[in-house]
Every structure is written in structure tokens, then in C-alpha cells.
Design a protein around this ligand. Structure first.
Ligand code: HAH
Length: 330
């Protein structure tokens, strides 16, 4: 049995988590429990997975993941309740295809949240209640059916329902590009309005889908400080460091990362974990969006079949130099 355990190096700082799927748990069950003390279901607790048809909940797969966390003494995060993606169309429509009213959608939101968070209230210590509700480019809230039908208070309502049915769960707002100044300001405005209204929100999830060139230290620090100034806890919920910038299609059929890529990635991982450790009083968990480089969602998104190597364990599950860099930080 391998004695090397990633999370041990951060036990005084924050939980170290990984997003997992049933497939990953089948092949790497021991490995995950060895290195991480928290998990998130990568897809299995999303709306379309848990309630694909109205009133027909499917909990088998999620239940098994929760049981795995229990059996191995791992913390587990819930991801996610209200999102514009991976939510079935039935949620927003009547049988004739027209959109439901605000009251009907609120009732459906409440029914979903109630069923799901009640079921797992003793197992999931936190929830990403609302995911990615802020617009990327301009304006304020992202255009979505939740917003169109319910109005701006759909976010506050989601937090209130989640708190009502899982009063002990820590409730997070979660978003990507949360360190980019313009989007950061808009997220801050949303969080502040929730706090000012007395909504039960406890934390900000900075997804952390970053790359080897971006973001810089200053953007990360400012973001942590700004969100924490509202009295919220911070979690890095979906960390990975892509070898590519955005939709860069120049991946020249690489079958392995170049030395230069790996070096930049090591420097980035070291830089960001130094910051995370510095802010350990407000950061309560850092979760990687995957386990090892044999599988990452970034192999398919935003460029399909562009192999990426964004994590700290390589394709064989061996620790990369990035791993050694982050465990050496004092
Ligand atoms: C995240 N979105 C989601 O929170 C997570 O549920 C999913 O599995 C992967 C990444 C990131 C994202 C996006 O959905 C769209 C554009 C950019 C980034």
C-alpha cells in the first residue's frame, strides 16, 4: 500500500478533492481514497441525471458514489442544483411546449431541491446551489430560462430552498472566469446582494479552470480577498491547468506534453498553491476537476479530441513534477 498521500500535505490548510465518475471509481477507487479526502460527482448529481423526467428521480448512480465516500471516510460536495446546462427541457415547459409560469417553475425548483438535498443531507457537507449565473461579456445575469421565467430572484430562491431542506449544508455560488476583473465585479455584486438580503449563502466557489499562462497571482489574490470581504468562505471547486489557451486549435497532434508546457504548468501549480496556502483561513477546500491525465473533460472541451494534461498525476497515475512542487510548499 502506497504511503504517499496528497491530502496529508494540506491537512492543516483545506480539503483536497477530486471530481470523479463511476468509471473513475471503478478503476481508481483505492487511488482516489489514498490521495484525496473529498470528492465531487463530475456529472451524476446534475438535474438531468437526477430527474430526467418530471417526478421520476434516478438516484442509483449518485447513491453509489455517496456510499463510496461514506465507506472511505471522504467528504463529498454536491454539484449542482440550479444551472442553465444539463437541465432537461421539461423543467421549463408545459406539455404543449409553451413555457411554464413563474409559480410553476418555482414549484419545480423547490420540488427538485427538496428531494435531492433532503436525501443527501447527512452525506454532502456543501452544495453548489447555483452554477454560472453571471454573464461572461456584459450585462449582469446570464440569459437563461431560469432568469426569463422566474426573474432575477431565482438565485435567492434556490438558496432559500436549499437551506430550508438541508439546514446544515454550506451553500455555495459557483462560477468560472471568477478571477477576471469585469466578471469578478459582477459576481461580487450578485454575492453582495444575496448577503444584503440575508440569503443563506456561505461560500464562493471559484471553479479554477485555468491554464499554463493565466491567471496571474494578482488576479487570484484580489478575487479571493474581494469575495472573502463579504464574510464568505472560498473554495477552488474545479481546478485544472490546461496546456492550451481557450480554443487554440494548434495542438499539433501532440501525444505528450512538451517539456516547456510541463515546466510552465509546474510553475503555475506552485504559484497558485502558494497563494491557496497563504489564504488557508478563508479557503476551505481545493478540488481538482479530475484525478489523473488519462481522462479529463478538457480532452473534449472546448476543442473535441484535443488531448490535454491538466492535472498533477500523469496518464499512468504517477505524480508529476507539479505534484512534487506543491507538496514542497511550506
Ligand atoms: C464547468 N463549467 C461545470 O461547472 C462542470 O459541471 C462541468 O462538468 C465542467 C465545467 C465550465 C465551463 C462551461 O460549462 C462553459 C464554458 C466555460 C466553462
Amino acid at each position: 500500500m502506497n504511503e504517499e498521500r496528497l491530502y496529508k500535505y494540506f491537512e492543516k490548510d483545506f480539503y483536497i478533492g477530486a471530481a470523479v465518475s463511476p468509471r473513475v471509481l471503478k478503476h481508481k477507487s483505492q487511488f482516489v481514497a489514498n490521495h484525496f479526502n473529498s470528492i465531487t460527482a463530475e456529472n451524476q448529481m446534475k438535474f438531468e441525471e437526477l430527474q430526467p423526467k418530471r417526478g421520476e428521480f434516478q438516484f442509483d448512480t449518485a447513491d453509489k458514489m455517496v456510499q463510496y465516500a461514506r465507506d472511505n471516510g471522504l467528504k463529498m460536495r454536491g454539484h449542482t442544483l440550479v444551472w442553465h446546462n444539463q437541465t432537461p427541457d421539461w423543467v421549463f415547459t408545459n406539455e404543449d411546449g409553451s413555457y411554464v409560469t413563474r409559480d410553476v417553475l418555482l414549484a419545480r425548483m423547490e420540488a427538485h431541491i427538496k428531494e435531492v438535498v433532503t436525501r443527501y443531507k447527512d452525506d454532502l457537507y456543501c452544495w453548489d446551489v447555483v452554477n454560472e449565473a453571471i454573464d461572461d461579456k456584459e450585462g449582469f445575469l446570464r440569459q437563461s430560462k431560469w432568469l426569463d421565467i422566474i426573474g432575477e430572484d431565482f438565485i435567492e430562491k434556490a438558496f432559500r430552498f436549499a437551506h430550508q431542506y438541508a439546514p446544515n449544508a454550506q451553500l455555495f455560488y459557483n462560477d468560472y472566469n471568477a478571477v477576471i476583473p469585469e466578471k469578478r465585479e459582477r459576481i461580487y455584486k450578485l454575492l453582495k446582494s444575496l448577503v444584503d438580503q440575508g440569503a443563506p449563502i456561505h461560500g464562493m466557489g471559484i471553479q479554477g479552470h485555468w491554464n499554463i499562462y493565466w491567471p496571474n497571482e494578482d488576479e487570484i489574490r484580489k478575487s479571493i480577498e474581494l469575495y472573502a470581504s463579504l464574510g464568505l468562505k472560498i473554495q477552488i471547486t474545479e481546478l485544472d491547468i490546461s496546456m492550451f489557451e481557450g480554443e487554440d486549435k494548434r495542438n499539433p497532434g501532440l501525444v505528450a506534453p512538451t517539456k516547456e508546457m510541463l515546466k510552465l504548468q509546474e510553475e503555475q501549480y506552485e504559484r497558485i498553491f502558494k497563494i491557496f496556502k497563504e489564504y488557508r483561513d478563508v479557503i476551505t477546500a481545493v478540488t481538482f476537476w479530475g484525478v489523473a491525465d488519462d481522462y479529463s473533460w478538457l480532452d473534449y472541451f472546448p476543442v473535441f479530441n484535443r488531448k490535454n494534461w491538466p492535472l498533477i498525476f500523469d496518464e499512468k497515475g504517477e505524480p508529476k513534477e507539479s505534484y512534487r512542487k506543491i507538496i514542497a510548499i511550506k
